[in-house]
Design a protein around this ligand. Structure first.
Ligand SMILES: *[C@@H]1O[C@H](CO)[C@@H](O)[C@H](O)[C@H]1NC(C)=O
Ligand SMILES: *[C@@H]1O[C@H](CO)[C@@H](O)[C@H](O)[C@H]1NC(C)=O
Length: 481
């Protein structure tokens, strides 16, 4: 009996001990989760909580508080870090003062005086219109950095230009590679190599000679190559950098991938649907597609779908890419359709998705390999429909699926489209959470992993400073990423 009593005493004590431990632990967790509030406003993003936490963990107070001693270099960043909330993290970007032949001269702008940059307070050079504009991301990002120096109020800003590269989180290479490809890849008379080729060659030479590049092997550099064919010659050499791309279709996975790089939206060519008071019943066309018929690679599916859908009377399916006067018609078509098809072409991405978003026409995406902008913080299933290529090719699968989506579900997606459309608007000056700011934020989210890998890679390497003060590159293995 006494043995039994002892046992039950023991187990009671054990139980008490365990409960106390659990209680203390949970109290501790509650305390942690009600810690100081973060002033960064992530509420606009769907995964805001998760993001805000990881974001602030990587926050380095000392780097934000440091203000330049150099009075003459009172940049917007310095003003900001002195007077504003140090908890609000803004990406610090150093921009190379590349000769203007790499950027605004490609837009027929001519430099006056010594500056390689236009005075963006006076007049902003225009980017050539038409289909060129889809890939104009390089232009908007550069303008935003130039403008950041004149900003009196940095609220709503995600990036700011700093003049001292050692204070920067990332280094921006302002080469307008897309317009360079579009306008200068043909040989001119007397040319052996195209301007597009020569500029890339020059850029590689320039970057490889910079101490900043040598220090990191280029890992903290940002290079925009939004047109799938832009930077074709230099991409295999500059790949350690963070690329801003439209998709990875024409890149080997070691050169560009979703871990390292940033996917940016196309600038839509269809006009935005301002004051959209349409609804499910007032959009007469069920499904809309306009595009080229015969495309390489993944594009064969277009033809198959055409034969499947051509006899459905509320489906608009026509071929021919959107040209000048076609934009007006396509705008009308997309603004009056419930669903807009987005089918893999010769690249996994196309501007059609972003045209659909601007039209509040629920995108139906048939492209297994598509990469979507900001997908780490945005759930596309809230406003898009995804269909596997193999399913789309089954008889009547697509049309039955789309007909099964009722007014309620469609309206939910349509409302969400109106909430997210701002994430895809490129403008100057840029505003809160538009495409420019969202791209900078996406770059910011790459920074902690990039820095961690960079620091790890430096563990066993020595920076050798030779007699002339030359910094040798650090020894970083090729399979770094
Ligand atoms: C900065 O702009 C925001 C709105 O964009 C405004 O709420 C805030 O008061 C402004 N701050 C200053 C110091 O002007
Ligand atoms: C640039 O920043 C680094 C680190 O903050 C500092 O040591 C250096 O003096 C700065 N250079 C100039 C020219 O201000």
């Amino acid at each position: 009996m006494s043995k039994m009593g002892l046992l039950s005493h023991k187990s009671l004590f054990c139980l008490f001990l365990m409960t106390s431990v659990v209680f203390i632990l949970s109290w501790f967790l509650v305390l942690r989760s009600t810690g100081p509030n973060h002033s960064v406003d992530f509420s606009i993003l769907p995964n805001s909580k998760l993001f805000a936490l990881s974001y602030n963990e990587n926050f380095d107070k000392s780097s934000v508080m440091s203000a330049s001693k150099d009075k003459e270099e009172e940049t917007a960043w310095n003003k900001y870090s002195k007077h504003c909330d140090p908890n609000k993290q803004v990406l610090k970007v150093f921009m190379y003062d590349l000769p203007s032949e790499f950027h605004f001269e490609l837009l027929d702008w001519k430099a006056e005086g010594k500056s390689v940059w236009p005075d963006v307070r006076a007049k902003v050079p225009e980017y050539p219109g038409g289909l060129n504009l889809q890939h104009s991301i390089e232009y908007w990002l550069t303008l935003d950095l130039l403008n950041s120096e004149f900003a009196v109020n940095l609220s709503g800003r995600s990036a700011v230009r700093v003049r001292n590269s050692s204070e920067a989180d990332v280094l921006f290479v302002p080469f307008f590679s897309s317009i360079c490809y579009n306008r200068f890849s043909k040989l001119k008379p007397n040319q052996k190599k195209s301007t597009n080729y020569l500029l890339q060659e020059k850029l590689v030479k320039f970057l490889f000679a910079q101490d900043e590049w040598k220090k990191s092997g280029g890992r903290d550099h940002i290079i925009v190559a939004h047109h799938p064919n832009s930077l074709l010659d230099a991409r295999m050499k500059l790949w350690p950098a963070i690329y801003i791309l439209s998709d990875f279709g024409r890149y080997p996975p070691t050169v560009a991938n979703v871990e390292k790089d940033v996917i940016a939206p196309y600038r839509h060519v269809i006009r935005s649907f301002i004051h959209d008071s349409s609804d499910f019943d007032s959009r007469p066309t069920l499904l809309y597609f306009q595009g080229a018929l015969y495309r390489k690679d993944g594009g064969i599916i277009r033809q198959e779908l055409f034969y499947m859908l051509k006899d459905e009377k509320d489906v608009h399916f026509s071929f021919g890419s959107v040209q000048k006067d076609g934009v007006k018609q396509a705008t009308k078509g997309m603004h009056s359709s419930k669903f807009c098809l987005n089918i893999a072409g010769d690249t996994p991405s196309s501007n059609r998705l972003f045209d659909a978003i601007a039209s509040h026409c629920v995108p139906v995406i048939i492209s297994d390999d598509i990469e979507l902008p900001y997908e780490d913080v945005l759930d596309y299933s809230e406003f898009c429909i995804f269909v596997r290529i193999s399913d789309a090719l089954k008889k009547n699968f697509l049309i039955n699926l789309i007909r099964s989506i009722g007014k309620e579900e469609w309206t939910r997606k349509w409302k969400r489209l109106k909430e997210v459309e701002n994430f895809y608007e490129f403008r100057y000056p840029s505003k809160d959470n538009d495409a420019v700011q969202m791209i900078w934020q996406a770059v910011s989210r790459k920074v902690p992993a990039m820095k961690r890998k960079l620091h790890r890679a430096r563990r066993f390497s020595r920076t050798i400073v030779s007699g002339q003060g030359e910094v040798m590159s650090v020894d970083i293995p090729r399979n770094f990423w």
